[in-house]
Design a binder for this molecule. Sequence first.
Ligand code: ZN
Length: 615
Amino acid sequence: MGTPESLTFLGAVGTVTGSKTLVTVGDRRILVDAGMFQGEKQWRRRNWDPFPVPPAELSDVVLTHAHMDHCGFLPALVRGGFSGPVWCTEGTKQLATIVLRDAGFLAEREAQDAAEGGWSRHDPPLPIYTAEDVERSLPLLTEVRYDADADLGDGLGLRFTRAGHILGSASVTLTTPSTSVLFSGDLGRHDHPVLRPRDTPSGAAYVLVESTYGDREHPEPVNLPHEDLADVIRRTVARDGSVLVPAFAIDRTEVVLRVLAQLRQDGRIPTVPIYVNSPMASAALEVYRRAYDELRPDLDLDDFARLDNVHEVRSAEESMALTQGRHRAPHIVVTSSGMASGGRVLHHLERMLPDPRNSVVLTGFQGAGTRGRALLEGATQLKFHGAYVPVRAEIVHDREFSVHADASDLLDWLRDLRPAPRTVFVVHGEPDSAQALAARIHGELGLVAAVPAYGEKVVLTAAPPPADPREANRGGIPERGASRPVATAAAVSAGTSGAATLVFLGVQEPRDGSGRAVAGSFEAQAAAVLDRIGSLAQATGGDLTSLVRLGAYLRDGEGYAVRLAIWHRLIAARLGDAAPALTVSPVSHEELPTGVEVLADAVVRPRAWTAISIG
Ligand SMILES: [Zn+2]
């Protein structure tokens, strides 16, 4: 059968940028995401390395979304000879067109500036690609609808699932003749201020999950939403300063405008002029305004797209007037890029940072090596266009703006996948973040989780997946067509931990031929378990309430709430209390106290339990 199917990690490992994964199946070479490395020089240099596969040998490119670190390298591949289809959603096609044209223009201009300034390693300085390379790339963009199966030929299939990160963003499931691979792409939070929320894709044998915030949880706002932002705007305007909000042109600008509109409407900030100084942001705003299918059903377009006193700065002259003219009355500027790595924001920073009346509000993840990260870490001077300027303006970080899922969101996404992945590859994170997430995936979900290295290759095999460790109590799943008429009695064991007696129990339900639980069987099982606890309690001279903790392995997802309600009702009946308070918390297998034997009938021990405490 020739060379085995494989994955090769060519970017977004050890960093959040440069997303590129090569899937090799027979003669096909499919590159999932074609992202540009950004930030630290050691990574940016890789954009110039010879590509590990001659681009002409790539058969397809798949894009998860239109951020530069996922699509920005495409014209370089086309420049190198790639000419196959580039599969993406309609929203990604529209936004990638804007993003890539801007990138082509900037690349040419930077090379020209470098030639004039004499600071390039290349002589003469070369752009990584040209506007012409971009124009040759755009016709390759090929739309695929969300949730539709696209046939790529040679037994390959592709499906996009809504990812809720930016407009058009998707997770991608690639099916090959022998297996399946799911790429999370960048995942949004549960709730996006402007877009429809993400959907759950079906599971795959191999899953790549992003880990931008793999070691962090987003804070819930302590008081009013975005109060830090409202507060700094009020302070700054009061001292006659202006506020600069570096924001990614795509998506973040829309979200920032929506929040500013809300703050104004609620009277929490004064109405001062707002300038959107980014041609790319203005173009993206147009795409968002027209993308009804992608927007939240409860969104009023006026909330972010048609604000009073918002000026979209289009021409370079207008932009220069704003950054070089006389000091203006207080205003707010929203401009890109979001990490201050390039674009018009540089001119604004150069002008605004030295004046202590001004403020800069950072609105999202700031990659290592960017000016945004330097400001966050308290830099006292920053270099622009070859010269240093002092940082005297107030710097604020509004973390509520993130549109990346936090660690718990990422675990939730994995937990919902059916069937369970055989291997999870943790990518798109700085090293600590990726390791932290991998540890949680292993510890809390019981899955194999690896953090791949740059250039690492993994062979994909067709072996059937092992039993889902997240559903270990289904260890005795009947073969198809067979039925298991009688449930295994629940296993109960007791041990002591200090004065408290602990009882952990597992319930196995009989299942019908298609693997579905037999109706009513769970309740009968749970009742039997409680009877056994009751006799155990009598034998140890206690009662049910003295067994302070019950641990029951409850499968999450569908049916979880129903099962919990059944436990609740049965316990209430035995306690003679209509509504005993139950609290529920996850417990990993390792956290079970020593001395407690789990006598579950299941072949595989559950790794994750839900502890139900009475009282
Ligand atoms: Zn992204």
